[in-house]
Design a protein around this ligand. Sequence first.
Ligand code: VLZ
Length: 163
Amino acid sequence: MPIDFSGTWVLEKNDNFEDYMKILNIDLVTRKIAIHLSQTKVIIQDGDKLTINTLSTFRNYEMSLTIGEEFDEYTKGLDNRMLKRSIEVEKCSFYLWVGARATSQSSVLIEQTLVSWQGDTLVCTQKGEKANRGWKHWIEGDKLHLELYCEDVVCHQVFRRKQ
Ligand code: VLZ
């Protein structure tokens, strides 16, 4: 049985959120507002279905997903990026001999956002123009932890359960 993150959680520690917003190219005015916000996470976990709503008086960020399944993530209201990356995996050439003619083909792989379990930790990878982007959620004692990372920046948030 995996850990259940369901509940309402209130932000009480937010280390390095400013640098995280900066590396995502979020503008100064938005950062100045966002840094002081009280954030509340409302998480509903039902089997492998997960809804994470981050609520604040300024903006909300909502996502619903299936654990283990890739999906298109649009970070609306945050850095407004479409997280999807296509990579040419290999240049494989198929030689279809039609008389003396050869045709070649290359294959393309699309990478998207994926949330999966690593033990009792929920790990998210967000593929897109930013390298090493993702987050991790875990529970320690009665606290919900979230590590948001992008490139070489790590933001650490801690939430307490709302009674
Ligand atoms: O969390 O990706 O729990 O998506 C901040 C909203 C949300 C308010 C930060 C400020 C998103 C908006 C964190 C202005 C920039 C995040 C995931 C893991 C779920």
